[in-house]
Design a protein around this ligand. Sequence first.
Ligand code: NAD
Length: 265
Amino acid sequence: MIKTAVTGAAGRMGGRIIHIIRESEALELGGAVELSGHRIGEDAGSVAGASPLGVAITDSLEEALADCSTLIDFTYPEVTMANLDVCVRLGKRVVIGTTGLSPDQREKIRQAGEKIPVVFAPNMSIGVNVCLRVLKDLTRILGSDFDTEIVELHHNKKKDAPSGTAIRMGEVIAEAAGKNFAESAVYSRHGMIGERSSGEIGLQTVRGGDIIGEHTVYFIANGERIELTHRAMTRDMFARGAVRAAAWLAEKKPGFYDMQDVLDF
Ligand code: NAD
């Protein structure tokens, strides 16, 4: 069994990851970490809404990792970056699902892959990763006659916008079209903005209620349009993807990997 620690153990994703680890034949929960003063000392299984697992939540990542080879981290950007440093120092494998990271932070994660095995993906669902693969082909086939717009919907507690998945979709489309994503992306339009230029990749954000996550990419031409939609109905498929990534990583040498590697696309 691959002993794995989970950070953000009392969070929405942390709780579901702990559930899925319980069901896993490959992984075993070896440590659980939360912010100081938040559920410290409580049993990680009970906090996740399941039966006790005999793993007490701690605020020390070093302590949680003592007996573990791997960390699964779905927290906040600054927390993830600090946790990554600890994993590099201790030589532990890490699966990162946190979104809202800056380009600098993402580059540091990439560099950490020179020292330890890292899987980093803003969306760990199989369905979204199939969509990313299909988007590459659609963009190449449709060419510049089709305007591309990405619309994402999430719950009202989400802190970053647009979602990491929407940004990744934009990057995949830009790359397939031979464009620079940073120069092509146009976020939330307002006021007298003039006509749409043909090279734009539009990204729109909707926030409300308890929507787990929805993404639609529109390819719009004169007289027809294609809509590619992914709807997340539960957080468990992100958690399953993270657990699958952690099991896959156990066999890997240091490197920077994403879910496309894990799923062998
Ligand atoms: P959340 O706020 O419910 O959970 C985050 C948890 O981290 C909280 O319980 C918080 O107390 C804890 N935390 C804060 N500081 C900490 C520290 N120093 N050490 C340990 N824990 C700490 O958020 P969430 O909805 O679970 O989402 C977490 C992240 O995962 C977000 O960035 C979200 O966008 C991302 N996410 C990614 C995927 C994916 O497939 N990659 C899917 C869903 C969500």
